[in-house]
Design a protein around this ligand. Structure first.
Ligand code: GLU
Length: 742
């Protein structure tokens, strides 16, 4: 059921796979969804259309002054119209002015900031501020999507599905009905729609979206403010960074979404978020709306062990090595530093996450806790013969699939981390740019395209690629990765390029890598240009990067094919498991696992006891930035201007009692994808942006730990202070809707 396909724009994608662990990132909307029994007050990423029935009473009791209609309404503007998904499946951003100004995290705009940076215009280091609309910088490919509506379509999607169907048949049926529903939902509009599974495929939801395609960079603080603390502070509290950047949505002259064009105009949204200068105190109600990406709240104990021992362990090993090599080169050249900043952050973010998650899994005995839940589940099943008949084998089935697939999981995670998905090595992914041409020449393309169309695409991608590519860095990383792969993956899963190394290079990986980077079309702009001027099939057949890449995809496909039967069993068992759990706890309210759909979490501003005798305040201040300053450490440099503002206490109107708050904590239930999400007070005013989680609860995507789990937010007043006093971008402050003490 898993096939390699070319998408509409001829990008190579994996399609119609039923495999669930990490592979969903390869397929746009393949998402596993999970639930947990017994929901506590502050836990839960709630589906927004359901809050009236499920959460409003509790939220109002806790202090919320809004009505459900203010949050999600089909009849009048509501918060759902203000909170968008950047590159649907990426971060969250929200509208903060009547002229389409949006705010998100600095780490969510880092690609764009880097894209516009060069050693001459180093916006990463120095920050960027458009002082007029003309100076706002277009970002090719950047999008933001807003929810038009969400509808539970379970009955329609599962209407023709029956128990005797195989997983493949079931999936085909579901796809067919989803297509019809999507077609009906978008007919006659410029909207897009997706149908996503909820509760592990026990339910389905139609999401209709409006996507804007001209999103320009407006402002970003220097990295020493936006990313202050860098990797050392990442995923940890206390924090002292202004993790924000500003962008603006533009539309065509008629006000509807359009691709970038000079004549486009700023978007006129139906609503924008008011900003509060009043701040917050301990225990104040707060809520967050955003597009959390993925949680595994109902992984079985065996599933958690698999995450720990394969996914995380491999990632830590692979990325640790690749990051060290990357950093060596970034330190010795400004050009390489700029080229690799965003790549480095992308890899290091989940590198550290995996380290923290494995530590938390052990420290919090996450596997043990899940095992005792499974014991209760088993007892509940054995108490009733009908249950035994229906669900008696589910856990065994899940466990045995997981143990049968260990070697495959290992190989897949190496291929993905190193070459195909997270791309510690870049060259093999870039070489796929020639796949459409190659397939067409072989006669395998579904439709013939003009060669000029294919070469134009290759040239465009080449321009993007070479701008941020240093072959020497990639070569060093490739040598290290290939050696690790040879050492740690079963020979059964060596891609064909290993036979080439064996036959033509005496088994010497270094010799092969030398040859590849010296000769390949894909490692030098001049050779690539020559090729795209006159592409030749035979040249590709001889190209080491191209053939290497091709052999990796073949191996990947071979593993997925082997995996297919196991995967079907797994999906089936997991769906039944979730179904059984909902039966086991009929009085509990369940929320589906995160899947990049719009969710709401609510809770309070609050501190925490991190460990014995170590308790943390719920906010940090600018004094802490000065305390952490270390001119010798690039992650802790403080710009002179910020020091001056601190000495002068030039904070008004953004501070109370001469204390400039910087970041704060809430117990809101968030995960990746919530980055940039608005944190709102009880009146629905913006008080901060969510940007991170804390070290003590890094296993939070699996089990929510109420006493420990915190979301880290930047105080909106610090953001305004940086825009106003540090950057002098008063015109941006002027277009915002700011309430409270001014
Ligand atoms: N730790 C991340 C960062 O600040 C953000 C959190 C996430 O990706 O979920 O880079």
């Amino acid at each position: 059921m898993c096939n390699l396909l070319l998408s509409g724009n001829n990008q190579l994608i994996l399609h119609s796979c039923t495999r669930t662990t990490m592979r969903e990132w390869l397929i746009i909307y393949l998402i596993g969804l999970l639930i947990i029994p017994k929901v506590r007050a502050d836990e839960g990423m709630w589906l927004v259309p359901l809050i009236q029935d499920l959460n409003m009473d509790r939220m109002q009791e806790m202090g919320l002054e809004l009505e459900a209609e203010d949050i999600y309404s089909l009849d009048h503007p509501s918060l759902k119209d203000v909170i968008g998904a950047l590159d649907y499946g990426g971060c969250t951003a929200e509208i903060i002015s009547s002229d389409g100004l949006i705010i998100t995290n600095h780490h969510c705009g880092e690609d764009e900031i880097q894209f516009h940076s060069s050693p001459e215009h180093d916006y990463l280091t120095n920050g960027f501020w458009a002082m007029s609309r003309e100076e706002e910088l277009p970002n090719p490919g950047k999008t933001i999507s807003f929810v038009i509506r969400m509808e539970n379509v379970t009955d329609k999607v599962l209407g023709m599905v029956h128990l005797e169907m195989t997983e493949a048949e079931r999936e085909t049926e579901i796809d067919k009905y989803s297509e019809t529903l999507i077609g009906e939902a978008v007919e006659g509009t410029h909207y897009e729609a997706v149908v996503v599974p909820l509760y592990e495929g026990n339910e389905y939801c139609l999401v209709v979206l409006e996507t804007f395609k001209d999103v320009r960079l407006v402002g970003a603080p220097p990295a020493c403010i936006g990313r202050f603390g860098g990797d050392q502070d990442n995923w940890e509290w206390p924090r002292h960074n202004a993790d924000f950047c500003l962008m603006r949505i533009y539309t065509g002259p008629d006000g509807t979404p359009a691709e970038y064009a000079p004549e486009n105009i700023p978007y006129k949204p139906p609503l924008w978020l008011p900003i509060s200068l009043t701040g917050y105190e301990q225990d104040d109600f707060s809520l967050v709306l955003g597009f959390p990406g993925r949680t595994d709240r109902y992984a079985t104990s065996s599933g958690i062990r698999e995450i720990k021992e394969i996914e995380n362990r491999n990632r830590i090993k692979i990325r640790g090595k690749a990051l060290d090599l990357m950093m060596e080169d970034m330190k010795s050249s400004d050009k390489v530093r700029i080229q690799y900043t965003a790549k480095y952050s992308r890899l290091s973010n989940y590198y550290k996450y995996s380290i923290g998650q494995n530590l938390s899994i052990d420290r919090l005995d996450v596997i043990g806790k899940r095992k005792s839940q499974e014991e209760q589940f088993t007892q509940w099943i054995s108490a009733d013969a009908a249950r035994e008949e229906a669900f008696g084998d589910i856990l065994n089935e899940i466990n045995s699939v997981i143990s049968e697939r260990t070697m495959m999981e290992n190989a897949l995670s190496y291929l993905e981390e190193m070459f195909l998905l997270h791309k510690a090595v870049e060259i093999f992914d870039f070489a796929t740019v020639a796949f459409p041409f190659f397939f067409q020449e072989l006669g395998y393309a579904s439709e013939q395209q003009e060669i000029s169309v294919l070469t134009d695409r290759m040239k465009n991608r080449g321009d993007d690629f070479f701008r941020n590519y240093n072959p020497q860095t990639d070569k060093k990383i490739a040598s290290a990765m290939m050696q690790l792969y040879a050492r740690d993956v079963e020979p059964l899963y060596y891609p064909g390029l290993f036979s080439t190394i064996h036959k033509d290079f005496d088994g010497d990986i270094i010799k092969y890598i030398d040859h590849l980077y010296r000769k390949s079309i894909f490692t030098a702009p001049s050779r690539f240009e020559q090729f795209t001027e006159k592409p030749k099939f035979k040249k590709l057949m001889k190209d080491p990067a191209f053939m290497g890449s091709f052999s990796m995809y073949q191996t990947y496909q071979q593993i997925l094919d082997e995996y297919e039967e196991l995967d079907e069993r797994y999906i089936n068992a997991r769906r039944n498991y979730v179904h059984a759990l909902r039966e086991m706890y009929p009085d509990s309210v369940f929320y589906p696992d995160a899947n990049s759909t719009l969710r709401l979490s609510y809770g309070t501003v609050c501190d925490y006891l991190a460990r014995d005798a170590v308790s943390y305040e719920y906010y940090t201040t600018l004094a802490g930035v000065m305390e952490k300053e270390d001119p010798e450490n690039r992650e802790f440099r403080v710009p002179e201007k910020l020091k001056r503002l601190f000495e002068e206490k030039n904070y008004q109107p953004y501070a109370r009692n001469s204390t400039m708050r910087v970041c704060f904590l809430t117990n809101l239930d968030t995960t990746g994808g919530n980055s940039g999400s608005p944190v709102l007070n009880s009146r629905g005013e913006l008080i901060g942006l969510n940007f991170d989680g804390n070290w003590e609860s890094m296993s939070g995507d699996i089990i929510y730990e109420p006493a420990l789990q915190r979301s880290i937010c930047v105080d909106i007043r610090y953001v305004l202070f940086i825009i106003d006093k540090f950057a002098g971008a008063h015109h941006l402050i002027a277009e915002m809707d700011i309430n409270g003490q001014r």
